[in-house]
Design a binder for this molecule. Structure first.
Ligand SMILES: [Zn+2]
Length: 246
């Protein structure tokens, strides 16, 4: 039997034996901050896909980041890649951006089929692995580079699902600042969220809702942060300084 298959079977068996106790955004093992002695923040952008509305691309937002040399981690779902193949390839070859995995079917990551916001989560350890590996394989095939960060659709997990991600050598990209609340915040509110961030915060935003207040709020907020002396990092830039929830 191939080694990987044996490993995956063992993972399934181990995690089938104990029921998870936690369910949420901030469960054991999720990365929410990084240590820094400098004024540094991590901007992270989700691209969810799955509907016409959620498959949009905020080109002006990405152009703002490029013009200002602001690096970012882009959490991209497999469905969004299917809707925007050319844009995806362009983003993946821009050294400012790190491509991260936002799931195959954008499911909350559960080993027992828990739901959140009326979205059904994965129902087993096997489904957790497929949700992660499906899009990892897709991204690796397209870019030659396997992602090292994963964020589920809805950013919900149980701790067993997080442990499975760790066995697959993935860090869970959580967050400490809710930047745009699923692209529902007004521009002033997004700017306020950004400018109230502290060094080492991971900020969750969206790059798939150009109709929202997200872009305008980011431009305003980032300009203030730059004046205050902040700089920005990709999550892989601070890999050895990440803080997991104990
Ligand atoms: Zn999403």
């Amino acid at each position: 039997m191939p080694l990987l298959l044996i490993l995956l079977l063992n993972i399934s068996i181990v995690f089938a034996q104990t029921s998870p106790l936690q369910w949420g955004e901030n469960v054991t093992g999720v990365v929410t901050h990084f240590h820094s002695n400098k004024k540094e923040l991590a901007l992270t952008f989700d691209a969810c896909g799955g509907s016409v509305r959620s498959s949009q691309y905020d080109a002006a937002l990405i152009e703002f980041l490029i013009q200002n040399h602001i690096p970012a981690t882009l959490f991209i779902n497999a469905r969004w890649i299917d809707s925007n193949p050319d844009i995806f390839m362009k983003l993946s070859t821009n050294p400012l951006f790190e491509i991260a995995n936002h799931g195959t079917a954008h499911k909350p990551l559960s080993v027992e089929g828990k739901s959140i916001y009326n979205i059904h989560g994965t129902a087993s350890a096997d489904e957790v692995m497929s949700e992660i590996e499906g899009n990892n394989n897709k991204i690796e095939k397209l870019t030659g580079k396997r992602p090292t960060f994963f964020r589920s659709g809805t950013a919900y997990y149980d701790e067993n699902a997080v442990a499975i991600a760790h066995t697959l050598k993935m860090e869970i990209g959580g967050f400490s600042v809710l930047g745009d609340a699923g692209a529902t915040f007004s521009a002033p509110k997004v700017a306020q969220q950004l400018t109230s961030a502290h060094s080492g915060d991971i900020i969750l935003l969206h790059m798939n809702h150009p109709e929202s207040g997200t872009r305008e709020g980011i431009i305003e907020g980032v300009n203030v942060l730059l004046q205050e002396g902040f700089s920005f990092v990709r999550l892989s830039d601070v890999k050895s300084h990440l803080q997991r929830i104990p």
